[in-house]
Design a protein around this ligand. Structure first.
Ligand SMILES: Nc1nc2c(ncn2[C@@H]2O[C@H](COP(=O)(O)OP(=O)(O)OP(=O)(O)O)[C@@H](O)[C@H]2O)c(=O)[nH]1
Ligand SMILES: [Zn+2]
Length: 200
């Protein structure tokens, strides 16, 4: 079914929303077909992990809301799919993410806070995303992400990744520490200019 979308800055597009049955984790992941998603040879695909605080409320602590908005426009222009994956808090859930935020306010970085709560740095699994793409008939894709783990995992799950495109860098005072940890510790392709290598 089609849903007209309007983002906070007034950007408008329209999505073909697809639901699934039989996904291995039983979660209600969504695929949004944007632009000429059904006519392109190699669709642009963003696997976007849910972030209620960033995506819905516009939290400045992370870059998720800005990346979602950017992805909507770039995928509309290129033709492809936004996979909205219900992997809140890198898979630890909303309440645990908020507990991790409290620890970050005491000085831990985003990964150390996860470990203090006895989680792995990143608990996400992309099996359901691969199942969704297979069900949509997408065997080859260009991915929109800075996270090297996403193309690596999706390749292992059988997707032919033709290209990986970076998102913009949505750097703000409130998310600088978070982006720096992603770039330094998990190899996210984020050009943070003078921020990298400097004391936080
Ligand atoms: N546990 C935890 N999760 C966080 C924190 N900040 C943001 N997140 C979650 O991290 C995830 C970010 O997902 P994505 O936008 O797919 O980003 P990414 O894996 O960093 O890579 P990109 O594709 O480059 O954006 C979301 O699920 C957020 O809820 C944090 O401090 N702790
Ligand atoms: Zn976020």
């Amino acid at each position: 079914m089609r849903i007209p979308l309007r983002f906070g800055d007034g950007y408008e597009t329209e999505a073909e929303v697809v639901t699934f049955t039989g996904l291995e984790d039983g979660l209600e992941h969504l695929a949004l077909g944007l632009g000429a998603f059904d006519a392109v040879d190699v669709p642009l695909v963003r696997p976007h992990s849910e972030c209620l605080t960033g995506d819905v409320f516009g939290s400045q602590r992370c870059d998720c809301g800005a990346q979602l908005r950017e992805a909507a426009e770039r995928i509309t222009d290129a033709g492809g799919w936004l996979l909205y994956l219900r992997q809140e808090g890198r898979g630890i859930g909303l309440y645990n993410k908020l507990d991790a935020y409290a620890l970050q306010d005491q000085g831990l970085d985003t990964y150390a806070a996860n470990r203090a709560l006895e989680f792995a740095d990143d608990e996400r699994d992309y099996t359901a995303a691969a199942q969704m793409l297979a069900a949509l008939g997408v065997r080859r894709a260009a991915l929109l992400t800075n996270n090297p783990d996403k193309p690596a995992r999706l390749r292992e799950l059988g997707l032919q990744v033709e290209a990986v495109h970076r998102t913009g860098v949505h750097l703000r005072p409130a998310n600088a520490h978070y982006l720096r940890a992603k770039a330094e510790q998990t190899g996210h392709a984020l050009d943070l200019g003078g921020l990298l290598g400097r004391a936080a």
